[in-house]
Design a protein around this ligand. Structure first.
Ligand SMILES: Nc1ncnc2c1ncn2[C@@H]1O[C@H](COP(=O)(O)OP(=O)(O)OP(=O)(O)O)[C@@H](O)[C@H]1O
Length: 310
């Protein structure tokens, strides 16, 4: 049974100038038939389904419609067209650190967020310590939330979302926030959670992270679905090549050709880098520097393929 099933989901934003003109002018214009609303389709005909334990990576350029789709999956927005079926509790981390009260303490905010996710005080009592430990905020528990750095705020949000055992975990770029050590720790935590059968959705501009964590990807461009597939590496390669060429593939054959192009470009770059490195080492040897440096250069050169020395 699918945990998430999106069929032909389209989401439209309506933008008017109501805020700029005020109520009175709005009514006058509306009566005169002179009030204009613009519609914009952020997502068009998106179809995918996820089984228990799947981790979906959503990729696409800026403004592709990724965050808008996540808002619909999390229940913040209702799709304008199409259907979305969700089975299970969702913990969503969309805009990091949003939904916290800046004047309440870290402890109070943890309970508040737990309540917002639908968990009881007793459940939160059980989880609270591990949340604070994971977020490494032991010394900040009774400080007002506003005193935390933005990295600390995201660590708290991430820890709560991960440690309350949701059925579905939704993360928008969250892993890229925080310092390198926390990014690694949160990546490891995600993997552990996924092993326990949680279904996840991750929106990220980091392809290594998508390759590493996801078993399915959804590629969106200007609101349209380019692909939904489990061939994660092949399509990440094609997406990398798309970022370079700006040409979208029309079918799987083109995807394969793009992935092959990417490989060629990378091999060439590697060869050039190796040549430069080898040349530098040869120069060093020719200049006759210290014995230790020569020894180091020789051992490095031995590791190089003969072709790079030509
Ligand atoms: N409240 C809104 N009203 C009107 N248009 C909006 C609104 N929010 C987003 N959009 C538009 O919808 C499109 C999709 O936005 P969305 O934030 O979903 O993209 P994204 O793929 O998440 O982008 P990014 O990678 O830059 O975060 C964009 O063109 C954006 O300008």
């Amino acid at each position: 049974m699918s945990i998430i099933e999106a069929k032909d989901v389209s989401i439209r934003y309506l933008t008017g100038d109501f805020k700029d003109i005020g109520l009175k002018e709005y009514v006058v214009r509306k009566l005169r038939g002179n009030y204009h609303v613009t519609e914009f389709w952020a997502d068009r005909h998106i179809t995918f389904s996820l089984e228990k334990g799947d981790m979906l990576g959503i990729i696409g350029s800026n403004g592709a419609g990724k965050s808008t789709l996540l808002k619909a999956v999390s229940g913040i927005m209702v799709p304008t067209e199409g259907s979305l079926k969700i089975s299970g509790n969702i913990a969503a981390l969309l805009e990091l650190a949003s939904g916290f009260d800046k004047d309440l303490t870290v402890r109070e905010n943890a309970y508040l967020r737990g309540a917002m996710l639908g968990y009881t005080r007793n459940f939160m009592n059980e989880k609270y310590e591990s949340i604070i430990d994971f977020a490494e905020l032991q010394d900040f528990q009774d400080r007002p939330f506003k005193q935390l750095s933005s990295g600390m705020k995201s660590r708290l949000a991430f820890s709560i979302a991960c440690l309350v055992n949701p059925d579905i975990l939704i993360l928008d770029e969250v892993l890229s926030v925080g310092d390198g050590a926390f990014a690694k720790k949160s990546g490891d935590k995600m993997k552990e959670i996924l092993k326990s059968g949680v279904t996840g959705i991750l929106v990220s501009h980091s392809l290594p992270r998508v390759r590493n964590l996801c078993n399915k990807i959804l590629w969106i461009d200007h609101g349209k679905q380019v692909a939904f597939t489990d061939e994660v590496n092949l399509y990440c390669d094609a997406y990398e090549e798309f970022l370079n060429s700006k040409i979208l593939p029309e079918d799987r054959e083109q995807v394969k050709a793009m992935a092959a192009n990417l490989k060629k470009r990378k091999d060439k770059a590697k060869l050039l880098a190796n040549r430069n490195e080898a040349q530098k080492l040869e120069d060093m040897l020719n200049k006759g520097t210290s014995d230790a440096a020569i020894q180091a250069a020789i051992s490095l050169l031995k590791k190089k393929k003969p072709q790079v020395l030509k």
